[in-house]
Design a protein around this ligand. Structure first.
Ligand code: HEM
Length: 231
């Protein structure tokens, strides 16, 4: 099927937009929720239950997450497998970014399919009583853990570097110095999200980050109100 230049342009714009809204925003929310694992099983299970209990949650998931990811993925595979990388010829940083954006996208196809199956649709997951306990058993397998590290690094690189591409494609940064700054910022986003994501993986294996809580956090301090209302 042949499409016109203006249709191709519109599809590329939609592809770029879906990478940030809603997929990028979902990635941020997802990494933040997973970080609750660093506060222990009860905190994570509570956060997961709150999300699962949102009204119309399956409709929100289908329209706001699965459909945009499917669209971005299918078009992304077409772009990634038909694009010409210049790394061998020039080796400029931009060419490496261009290639890594595509390679991380392809890794994400496998990772997202596996991750969605294992932690959203697998029958054992659907009947498990604690999401934390289930993920704990899942990640205790070294090969699975390693695959999650690769998947998280790919998602964080793809999103961080994607923000840089987005800022250029939408004309948000135009001058050389602004592009340099945007490149540094997007690398910082990649690093910060990677630390958060990988720390959360260890959170599912029992690592706690209680030292990052303020003193009166319920989970670390216990109840401060005693019977009769006095302390
Ligand atoms: C965690 C899921 C994903 C997120 C958050 C995400 C986000 C983004 C963002 C923000 C961009 C930059 C848009 C731009 O350059 O204007 C982008 C570009 C791209 N994405 Fe994704 N993406 C995800 C998954 C995927 C998958 C699974 C593929 C499949 C191969 C893919 C392929 C691509 C490609 C090829 C580009 C570059 C488009 C271009 O420069 O023309 N993405 N993505």
């Amino acid at each position: 099927m042949k499409i016109s230049d203006s249709q191709y342009f519109a599809l590329k714009r939609l592809h770029s937009l879906t990478g940030v809204v809603p997929i990028g925003l979902f990635l941020l929310e997802h990494l933040y929720t997973n970080a609750r694992a660093l506060q222990g099983a009860a905190a994570f299970d509570k956060a997961a239950a709150e999300l699962a209990g949102l009204p119309f949650v399956v409709v929100i998931e289908a329209l706001g997450i699965w459909m945009p990811i499917a669209f971005h993925m299918v078009l992304g595979v077409l772009i990634a497998t038909t694009s010409q990388a210049n790394v061998g010829k020039h080796g400029y940083a931009r060419n490496w970014q261009y290639t890594l954006q595509r390679v991380s996208g392809i890794v994400l196809v496998f990772y997202i399919i596996y991750h969605m199956w294992a932690l959203r649709f697998a029958p054992e997951y659907l009947v498990s009583t604690s999401a934390y306990e289930y993920v704990n058993r899942h990640l205790a397998q070294p090969a699975v853990f390693a695959f999650y590290v690769v998947g998280i690094l790919s998602a964080c690189y793809h999103f961080g570097n994607g923000l840089f591409g987005f800022a250029i494609h939408w004309g948000i940064v135009t001058s050389r110095s602004a592009q340099k700054m945007a490149g540094r910022l997007s690398f910082a986003v990649f690093l910060a999200l990677s630390v958060l994501g990988i720390a959360s993986l260890f959170g599912f294996l029992g690592l706690r980050a209680d030292f990052l809580q303020k003193p009166h956090a319920a989970e670390t301090h216990g109840s401060v109100v005693m019977e009769g209302g006095s302390r």
